[in-house]
Design a protein around this ligand. Sequence first.
Ligand code: PEP
Ligand code: MN
Length: 336
Amino acid sequence: MIIVMKKDVKMEQTKKLKEKVENLGLKVMITIGEGQSILALVGDTQKVETEKFSREEGVEKVLRVQEPYKLASRFVKKDDTVIDVEGTKIGGDNLVYIAGPCSVETEDQIVKTAKAVKEAGAHFLRGGAFKPRTSPYSFQGLGIEGLKLLRKAKEATGLPIVTELLDSNDYEVINEYTDIIQIGARNMQNFALLKKVGKSNKPILLKRGMSSTIQEFLMSAEYIMSEGNEKVILCERGIRTFETYLRNTIDLNVITVIKQVSHLPIIIDPSHSTGRWNMVEPLSRAAVAMGVHGLMIEVHNDPDNALCDGAQSLKPQNFKRLVDNTKKIYEVTKEI
Ligand code: PEP
Ligand code: MN
């Protein structure tokens, strides 16, 4: 349920109404758009009559949100959410590049790769320190040592960090070292973890589960937002279908759907979507033409010897070409 206040209403009055609603055991988030406050009521609103609030002073109208996600819905917040991370804006009309290796391996590898992706135009450095590997015998990441190396790479380049939080127990340390917390596809419906990062003030990059519907994806964003953290970046990374030729099947329509039904930024990970380095640029071009807000690309200074996902990792020169070519498409698309 949302309560739309009249245009001239003072914030004091809006806050009074917020208190009244909270006394009913509901959570309230206030958003301000076009000079008008909107109260989003979260919780079991089924039993609450809309008339209860429509008669209150200062209220223009009370509406029921049909979708199960409320805070993530475009219906509740008309304007695009734009998330500022150390001066780089994610969402709205912006296109950002997040690049780096699948996992942090050595200081030489991460610093070299960070310098190369920065040079090519990346805004963020990605790199896993805690890796969700399908096999327990595969490289699991360097853990805290990896986070320290990411910090060194940040010091060398100024690039803010994106790294994955795999387990609630590592929350404090990840929160300390990273600028954006990544929740991986396998944890998209780890609701305890989502609630935990909902309490962080860091932006959350939420990857779509490989067997999740768009609605489930948005409900996971809602979990994070309902805890108070509205800085959620959605990331499509391919889903499982009957097709096995490539690693996953990208659902490009997700870009249009999310932009219609939600105000949250949507980015694409063409590396895990395809599993092959030479498929990454064409897919990135298509995503940019569709108006995606960002690309997350695996780049390694030496893909042949990568400990993880070398087959889908771009060499720095190929990443540079991808950035140059997608920027051209972005410029043309912006005009349309
Ligand atoms: C990753 O981005 O490092 C990763 C493991 O991706 P996903 O969770 O999409 O498989
Ligand atoms: Mn990977």
